[in-house]
Design a protein around this ligand. Structure first.
Ligand SMILES: Cc1ncc(COP(=O)(O)O)c(C=O)c1O
Length: 405
């Protein structure tokens, strides 16, 4: 019998994420889902065959806690091949349960009770709860609209003696922007200028879209920045680069001192990651070393297709710089739709146009009152993108006819 006492929630304000909610609603409504970020096309059959091979070869028991040795070596040589620094796979690479577990473990490793951590809004939703579960206080700093730029002066003004972590996401979901070399220099200066009596600042760089950059842009990683490489965790995801979000395999690259602390958490959290999946990915990277590097061109074509097909929709879509998303601003539609909040607009799209997209305001602690932007995922079959664009265009066109409500 219950004693009548209720469980006291450690995260009372946290519900089901907007991504899960929208995918569920899309299924209920029979809507085209360009909301949640996951591919709807098949994976490379050669990758699936590598996992079958790994299963048959006996990779069915606990993998090493730090990650499959060969996979970590492949990660280090991939970094070297793309012009990055020499990374020691033994002491600086840890395979995790998706990028999400690296984010969580890194935060638990360096944020303690009473510490402060800075995140930039709009922010991927995994950062804030992990900081609060560590006992830290999460300070949300808005990126400056309309271009979602960093305001480093504002960041400096918010630093305190207990600031222990700054989280950046580059390329950025959902802003679809990338950090510049000057941004990383500013961040490095903040880390460097820390006084002897203050908590040192660690950087957590969520770089899961490292290969998804458009129009000739180059990724600026903290792991190659002279002022950041010794103070940063960098987080990656095979889910994004090999189109396997459901396999939950990611990794963290960090200097040995930070990696040691991260592994202390990882060891008692995930412990180790699915052995046949790690070995399968290792085999695939050995046989298809260029696979990850092709994703920029692959998603660039999809971004361009979606933008072209929405050209007559009335939505403003400044081309995404990176990530596999594209933002759409509907404020120029005029009429009743332009008056809707982004959450209402999303509701109307799913109910009336049968298309699921993601509103931007759930990515904010305090969303701007006049938010009129939604996020679309381009990691979809061309037919999905074409159908979504056709439905959206038909809907926005009808809404702009005189007398429509
Ligand atoms: C910015 C960002 N970080 C981290 C993740 C999580 O990656 P994973 O699915 O590998 O846990 C995602 C996934 O959508 C993401 O968009």
């Amino acid at each position: 019998m219950s004693n009548g006492r209720r469980t006291e929630s450690k995260l009372p304000d946290v519900g089901t994420t907007i991504f899960t909610v929208m995918s569920r609603r899309a299924a209920e409504q029979g809507a085209v889902n360009v909301g949640q970020g996951f591919p709807d096309y098949p994976i490379d059959p050669r990758l699936a065959a590598c996992v079958t091979e790994a299963l048959a070869a006996g990779f069915n028991q606990y993998a090493p806690m730090e990650g499959n040795v060969g996979l970590r070596a492949a990660i280090a040589s991939g970094i070297r091949a793309s012009g990055g620094r020499e990374v020691d796979p033994e002491t600086e690479v840890t395979v995790s349960c998706g990028g999400t577990e690296s984010i969580y473990s890194a935060i638990q490793a360096v944020v303690g009770p009473g510490d402060e951590a800075i995140v930039f809004d709009p922010a991927y939703d995994a950062y804030d709860p992990a900081i609060r579960l560590a006992g830290g206080r999460c300070i949300h700093v808005p990126l400056v609209a309309p271009e979602f730029r960093y305001d480093w002066q504002r960041v400096r003004a918010l630093l305190g003696p207990r600031t222990s972590l700054i989280v950046i996401n580059n390329p950025h979901n959902p802003a679809c922007t990338i950090a510049t070399a000057a941004d990383l220099d500013e961040l490095a200066a903040i880390v460097r200028e820390r006084g002897a009596h203050q908590r040192p600042i660690t950087v957590l760089a969520d770089e899961v879209y490292e290969h998804v950059l458009y129009d000739g842009r180059r990724h600026q990683s903290v792991i190659n920045h002279p002022g950041l490489k010794d103070r940063s965790f960098a987080v990656y995801s095979f889910g994004k680069t090999l189109h396997i979000t459901g396999w939950r395999v990611g990794y963290c690259v960090a200097p040995a001192e930070l990696t040691r602390e991260l592994r202390k958490v990882h060891q008692f959290n995930a412990f180790s990651i699915a052995a046949p999946l790690q070995e399968g990915i290792r085999l695939y990277l050995e046989r298809q070393p260029q696979a990850a590097r092709g994703v920029g061109a692959f998603f660039s074509a999809k971004r361009d297709l979606l933008r072209a097909r929405l050209a007559d929709s009335g939505l403003a879509m400044p081309p995404a710089q990176g990530s596999y998303f594209q933002l759409a601003d509907y404020s120029g539609l005029g009429g009743p739709l332009a008056d809707c909040s982004d959450v209402e607009f999303t509701e109307r799209l799913i109910n009336e146009a049968k298309v699921a997209v993601i509103p931007l305001s759930p990515f904010y602690r305090e969303p701007p009152a006049d938010m009129r932007i939604v996020r679309l995922c381009v990691a979809k079959r061309d037919e999905t993108l074409v159908e979504a664009a056709a439905r959206i265009t038909a809907y926005t066109t009808a809404s702009r006819r005189p007398g429509s409500t």
